[in-house]
Design a binder for this molecule. Structure first.
Ligand code: TRP
Length: 330
């Protein structure tokens, strides 16, 4: 039987080149090895206030972006989370096995509570349980995520094991699949931090929607380090980050990149990295734009994706409902 892979992204903000290199780009390769489910996690996005029109627009933009990056809706289930009602139902079921204590200790919950102190809603605390529901519904083997999400995958594993111990084998216990360390892209303004879509400094992150001039300008302004050698080292986090970005976008090793820039100054190096990234993003952006002009195609692809997902999700949900003793009319 083919192994199952599940991942999702919140349609709640622009994606960065970090999301591209560390996540979306790799999903394309996974499609041939796994049965893949990729979702636009709109239920999760609702845990912080969203402007309704923007949420709707971003959901479609994200779907178009996935497809533009090479996710093939014919080969995997690409769908909108809220289109498959089993997610909310499975979340409720798992809620009854998740402890308030363990949820209140989750790192992301604590961070987001601090950041949105005026809106610490139940959904925010329930976020990891909904994510476990996403994952467990599809009998997932592998969950490709960034390092910040591994704690959530741990919770999904814990809930699966807890439920299986009580009711017998019901859920497959998933595993997190972390991106290679070279794929971790850092802020252009403060390389001590991860490049984030919510950074307050607009020059810190390069978005997949940035046009050529913006990309190049951001790289020109990227912080470098003292000295003038273009080498990867712990004392040179800025230069190392730029080398990693260049290597990731060119598909070469960092050692190759170092050799290529040997003897060059920071200015021409930064320009070369900016141009490389801009060149790589241009075709993706053009394809996304073309897809967004074809709303009928997108709606059809997402409908087919939701049907595929619903079919698999329904099986697991019924199984779990039976196990806990819900009367099913037969
Ligand atoms: N929480 C994830 C993020 O913000 C998105 C997500 C929702 C997800 N459900 C998921 C990721 C299930 C992997 C599996 O990145």
């Amino acid at each position: 039987m083919e192994k199952v892979m599940y991942s999702a992204t919140q349609p709640s903000g622009a994606l960065t080149i970090g999301n591209y290199v560390g996540a979306i780009r790799n999903w394309v390769n996974y499609q041939s090895e796994y049965e893949c489910y990729f979702a636009m996690a709109d239920l999760h996005a609702l845990t912080v206030r969203q402007e309704p029109a923007a949420l709707r627009r971003r959901t479609l933009e994200l779907a178009a972006l996935y497809i533009a990056c090479g996710v093939d809706p014919e080969r995997c289930a690409l769908y909108v989370q809220s289109h498959v009602h089993e997610h909310a139902e499975m979340c409720w079921l798992l809620n009854c096995f998740a402890y308030v204590g363990e949820m209140s200790r989750m790192t992301q919950f604590k961070d987001k509570s601090a950041k949105h102190a005026d809106n610490i809603n139940m959904g925010l605390m329930d976020y990891p349980v909904l994510m476990a529901a996403d994952i467990l519904l599809y009998q997932t083997d592998c969950v490709p995520v960034g390092a910040d999400q591994t704690q959530h995958v741990e919770i999904a594993r814990d809930l699966a094991v807890r439920f299986n111990n009580l009711y017998g084998e019901t859920f497959r216990v998933p595993q997190a699949l972390l991106p290679a360390s070279g794929a971790r892209i850092r802020s252009l303004q403060d390389p001590a931090k991860k490049m984030s879509k919510s950074d307050e400094n607009p020059n810190a992150s390069v978005f997949l929607t940035d046009d050529r001039d913006t990309v190049i300008r951001k790289f020109k302004r990227a912080v470098t380090d003292s000295g003038d050698r273009i080498v990867q080292s712990e004392e040179k986090p800025g230069v190392s980050n730029l080398l990693a970005i260049y290597a990731a976008f060119r598909g070469v090793s960092v050692a190759d990149a170092e050799r290529e820039f040997e003897g060059q100054g920071y200015a021409s190096f930064k320009l070369a990295v900016g141009e490389t990234v801009a060149d790589a993003l241009a075709p993706v952006q053009a394809e996304q734009k073309r897809l967004l002009a074809d709303k009928t195609y997108l709606a059809g692809a997402l409908k087919a994706g939701a049907e595929k997902a619903h079919y698999a999700a329904r099986k697991t949900l019924s199984k779990a409902y039976r196990k806990v003793g819900f009367y099913r009319g037969d």
